[in-house]
Design a protein around this ligand. Sequence first.
Ligand code: XLS
Ligand code: CA
Ligand code: CA
Length: 437
Amino acid sequence: MTYFKNVGKIAYEGKGSDNPLAFKHYNPKETVLGKTMEEHLRFAVAYWHTFTGSGSDPFGVGTAVRAWDRPDAMDQAKARVEANFEFLEKIGIPYYCFHDRDIAPEGETLQQTNKNLDIIVDMLESNMKSSGAKLLWNTANMFTNPRFVHGAGTTSNAEVYAYAGAQLKKSLEIGKRLGAENYVFWGGREGYETLLNTDMALELDNLARLFHMAIAYSKEIGFGAQFLIEPKPKEPSKHQYDFDAATTIAFLQKYDLKEYFKLNLEANHATLAGHTFEHEIRVAAINGMLGSLDANQGDLLLGWDTDEFPTDLYATTLTMYEVLKAGGIGKGGVNFDAKVRRGSFEDEDLFLAHIAGMDSYAWGLKAAAKLIEDKVLDNIVDNRYRSFRDGIGAEIVSGKATLQSLEQYALQNNPIKNESGRQERIKLLLSEVIFSV
Ligand code: XLS
Ligand code: CA
Ligand code: CA
C-alpha cells in the first residue's frame, strides 16, 4: 500500500526553485571538502516522532491524521513499518533510528512484548534488505512505562532493575540482528527528584554496572555497534545524571567506561543545559568522544524540550564547523530527533519538515566548509593565541615553565599588553559567509 500518495521522490532542484517538495541546498552527490554531502551528513529519521508521534501535548490529544492509523496496535505497528520505508525512499534519507517501544506495542507480559517485537523486527529486516535502508541506532525506552517511575538503571527497586536488564538485552539482540551502527543510551528517568529519599552513590554505581553488563553481553553476541550516551540535563527527571557532555565524560571516566562509549549530542539538550550545541560538540571532540548528533532546535522563549526541526542557519553552520574540525561524524550521523508542530498535522508536513532540516544542514555544511577553506576563523584564532608560539608562551606550552620562570618573566614584563577579541566583527564575517554560499 502507498501511504504518501501525493508525494513522489524528492529531488535536488537547487537555489531558485520554488517547488516546496524539492531540495534547494541538499544535493547528496555534491562534493564538499572531498566528501559528498551524503557522506558528511548521514541523515536519519527518528521513528518515534515521524511514525509514532501523534502531535499530543500536555493540554491536548494528538492532531496528526496518519495514513497508517489502525484500530489494532499490531496492525498499526506493521503499517508504520511500511510507511517508514516508503518515506525513507522518497525523501532520500539512508538511515533511521528507533526505541523498542516505538516499533511494537507492549504486551501483558515481557514474553508477549518480545513476541510483538520479533514480528516487527522480521518486517524491518526484510524491508531493510529490499530497500538498502540502514539503522543508525536503536535504543530501549526505559522511561515511558509506569514501572520506571523511579528510574531503570538507577531505580530504587531491584525488580525493576532486572526488568531493565532484560529489556536492554533484547534491544542489543535487535541491534545486532538489524546491523545497527550505533546503540544509544538515553536515561530519561536516570536521575532523581529529591535527595531526601535518594542514595545517589548507589544509583550511579548501579547505572555503571548496567553499562558494563551491556558491554559484556554485546561482546558475547558479537554486536559491534558504537555505544553512545545521550546527555540531557532535565525532563523528565529534575536532575538527570547525564547532565551534559562534560558531566557524562566524568561519569564514564570514573567507572572505566570511557573507552567503550562516545556521546550522542542533541541540540535542544545542549540549550536546556545552558550551552550551545557547538559547545557540547567541542567538549566531546576535544575529549575524543564525539559520536553522533540528534539534530533539532529548542525554542528559547519556551524553555522546554520542543524538538523542533533545525532551521537556524547560524546554528547549523557552527554545528557543521565543529563536526568538520573534529574530522567528521564517523560512525554517527545527523538524526532528526525533531517533530512537526502540533498545527502541522498533515502527512505532507513530514516531508516539508525534513526538507527544511536537510536543506538547513546542507547550507550549514557549505558555509562551514567555506569558513574552513578560507581559514576565516583559523586565522583569527591562530593570531589570538600567537603569544604561545614563542618566548614565554612556547615555554608554557612545552611544559618547561615553572612558577619561578613565570615570576621571572612577569617581574620584567611591565606593562602587560592585551588585544581586543573583536567578537562583533567576527559575527558579521560569519553572516557574510553564510549568505554567500
Ligand atoms: C529525549 C531524547 C530521546 C533519545 C532517545 O529527549 O532525545 O528521544 O534521543 O531515547
Ligand atoms: Ca535525542
Ligand atoms: Ca529532545
